[in-house]
Design a protein around this ligand. Structure first.
Ligand code: ATP
Ligand code: MG
Length: 650
């Protein structure tokens, strides 16, 4: 047996939820044969999906593949902003709500497609006037306000490449990205709102742009007087002042080649230094648009709410380009889920009649920690479909979501994908596939995935190994910005022509895929390779536990010993007895080899700013090392607290 063979799931999940007949009857994708026909001729499938976009110059070529470089639809031209906004203005969607925006303080705005189009046109005129040309990079560092999608779409309209930097990043992280992308313009805000407090975006921006290529800083006034920001003469301009002077004429969409870069986005940095992922115009848009119709079963009547920040790929694809290219009404919320109280998300669903809700396991675990009474106190009957993304979802969290948010009625699409993949890759089509809590199920039509061992051989059902994507797909990353070698090495360096995402997976007897976590995080205890996900899920299965992070710490005898960091639900008191009980619970759920050597209670777990657990830092703490790259850490004090807690223990 190879190493990869033994990377296997020990935790068995037997619950299964067949697709609902009524749902299937109305689904966009209701014919099972699509899986087979798309697998037989993926290029034909994608060429068909590409017809849902509006092309300036139709394509005749579909795929050119010189591994690891792909070109899709390469002789076609189109414009992403035209596809996301303007084409709907020419139809009866003209006065349909495109963006329903809610600010954290309670203010709100609605943009119809026509209104959105006019704002994008003015912003495009503004960029042009600031000297932005096709191919120039524009960095965007904004809170979740309407100017953020407007700025992105304006870039797309003039043919500039946007690179959005999440508003939670520090000045230093912003600077790194500006320098790497060589941005000419920075669009930011005077400040942002977070839990009633101010995020000093402009102050950070002032530090970040020093000694960079940035020539102009455009400042959106979000907070106003209290923002404590100042303007640098000659360099800084207010968005609203400049916009007010722009012509009210339509801005002609720049014809873009299918392969022209639409944006650069840096990965979360969970495993190390963030990579500048480069996405193309047409392929990316085809992927985003197709998955709205297939995975999210989007209809004209839907109200779609993805709770991610636009600073992450999930927000790019499922707040901006996916929903808008499909002519959807989307909800965009500026703030925190617990501001002014823990009812906020459920109130938003009630208020706007959200029909499709898409969030992250980390949020679901937080809601679990707060208790199910909170969602149960709201009328969530508008919901018809729910999704998750970002991390493996623990089966207990899936069940909680199913019961207390979906009320047992709504299919759940667990969507596995990455910044690099552009759109959802492994996810159920909700009218067609039965779901199993904790499994992202199968690849979507047109995507070929496999689970392989070290030598690239497919594992048999019932085994684990490395997740791979075996064929190119339209929305795949084209390269790492100005580092094609890193692109080739990171993703295609192991198996020629085969894309390696870096995640471990298990294939079950029904060919369902269970993501076990990152390969880097896999624990090796006395020769058993254990995914972090299953030990964590066993812990979360215990009624006292809200969240858990598990790592392997170097151990003289076993090779590695399991250390678990556990956050308990509110009202639960921690004790040695609880530690013993939790260890026993893991043994019962998985087996003796998975028994944690030590369990530490943590008030919070270290997470990236995209809210993913950073296990590598926990490993550094447990092995007494200096901490690795912490720039993407959401709250550095969490790690410091754990570090001193860990040292005290020893
Ligand atoms: P970096 O690559 O810089 O370390 P990152 O991998 O966290 O950062 P993202 O592209 O935001 O950056 O995240 C993609 C990763 O998130 C996937 O590789 C996978 O590990 C995890 N992931 C996303 N969705 C799911 C899901 N539904 N189930 C399991 N894991 C998921
Ligand atoms: Mg990654």
């Amino acid at each position: 047996m190879t190493e990869a063979d033994r990377l296997d799931t020990l935790l068995r999940e037997h619950r299964i939820f067949p697709p609902d007949e009524t749902f299937r009857a109305q689904a966009n994708f209701k014919d099972e044969s699509i899986y087979q026909s798309a697998a037989e001729d993926p290029e034909h499938y994608w060429a068909q999906q590409a017809q849902y976009l509006s092309w300036q110059q139709p394509f005749s070529k579909i795929l050119e593949w010189e591994a690891p470089h792909a070109k899709w639809f390469s002789d076609g031209t189109l414009n992403a902003a035209y596809n996301a906004v303007d084409r709907h203005r020419e139809t009866n969607r003209k006065n349909k709500a495109a963006i329903i925006w809610e600010g954290e303080p309670g203010d709100s705005k609605v943009f119809t497609y026509d209104m959105l189009g006019r704002e994008v046109d003015k912003a495009a005129h503004m960029l042009r006037q600031l000297g932005v040309k096709k191919g120039d990079r524009v960095a965007i560092y904004l809170p979740m306000i309407p100017e953020l999608p407007i700025a992105m779409l304006a870039c797309a309209k003039v043919g500039a490449i946007h690179t959005v930097v999440f508003g939670g990043f520090s000045a230093a992280s912003l600077k790194d990205r500006i320098v790497d992308a060589d941005a000419k313009i920075l669009i930011t805000a005077d400040a942002g709102w977070r839990r009633g407090g101010l995020v000093p975006l402009k102050q950070n921006a002032d530090q970040a742009v020093v000694d960079t290529s940035v020539e102009k800083v455009v400042v959106v006034q979000r907070v106003g007087e209290n923002a404590q920001s100042s303007m640098v003469e000659g360099r800084d301009v207010y968005w609203h002042e400049l916009i007010a002077t722009m012509p009210h004429t339509p801005f002609a969409p720049e014809p873009m080649n299918a392969e022209d870069t639409l944006f650069i986005l840096y990965t979360s940095g969970t495993t190390g230094k963030p990579k500048g992922i480069v996405h193309s115009t047409a392929g990316y848009l085809v992927g985003a648009n197709t998955s709205m119709r297939s995975v999210f079963d989007i209809k004209d009547e839907d109200v779609f709410w993805c709770t991610a920040d636009i600073g992450w790929i999930t927000g790019h694809t499922y707040i901006v380009y996916g929903p808008l290219s499909a002519g959807t009404t989307l909800v965009m919320y500026e703030g925190a889920p617990d501001w002014p109280n823990r009812h906020r998300f459920w109130e938003i669903i009630e208020k706007y009649g959200v029909t499709i809700f898409y969030t992250a396991p980390t949020s679901i675990r937080t809601f679990m920690k707060w208790g199910h009474d909170i969602p149960m106190g709201h009328d969530l009957s508008s919901l018809r479909l729910m999704g998750t993304v970002g991390e493996p979802i623990n089966p207990e969290a899936w069940m909680w979501y199913h019961e207390y948010v979906g009320r047992g009625r709504c299919p759940i699409v667990d969507t596995w994908w990455q910044t690099e993949t552009g759109c959802a890759m492994i996810a159920p089509l909700p009218g067609l596939l039965a779901t199993k809590p904790g499994s992202a199920t199968k690849a979507v039509p047109g995507i070929s995935v496999d689970v392989v061992d070290e030598n690239g051989q497919s594992v048999a059902p019932g085994h684990g190994g490395y997740l791979v994507i075996t064929k190119p797909w339209p929305s795949m990353l084209r390269t790492v910005w100005r580092d094609d070698e890193r692109f080739q090495k990171t993703y295609f360096g192991q198996l020629p022509g085969i894309y390696l995402p870096g995640d471990g997976a298990h294939l079950d007897e029904d060919q369902y895929i269970w993501i076990l976590g990152r390969i880097d995080d896999v624990i090796n205890v006395s020769g058993h390779r254990i995914g972090t996900m299953e030990v964590e899920s066993a812990l979360v299965d215990h009624p006292a536990v809200a969240e858990a992070a598990v790592i392997g710490r170097a151990h003289e005898v076993k090779g590695q010993a399991i250390t678990a960091f556990v956050t308990v639900k509110e009202g639960v008191s921690t004790s040695d007895a609880l530690i013993a009980e939790l260890k026993q619970h893991v043994v019962e759920k998985i087996g003796a080899m998975a028994r944690p050597e030590e369990i530490l209670f943590a008030a919070e777990l270290p997470k990236t700013r995209s809210a993913k657990i950073m296990r590598r830092l926990l490993r550094d703490i447990a092995e007494g090392r200096a901490l690795g790259d912490t720039t993407t850490l959401a709250d550095p004090s969490v790690v410091e607290a754990l570090k001193s807690q860990y040292q005290d223990k020893e």
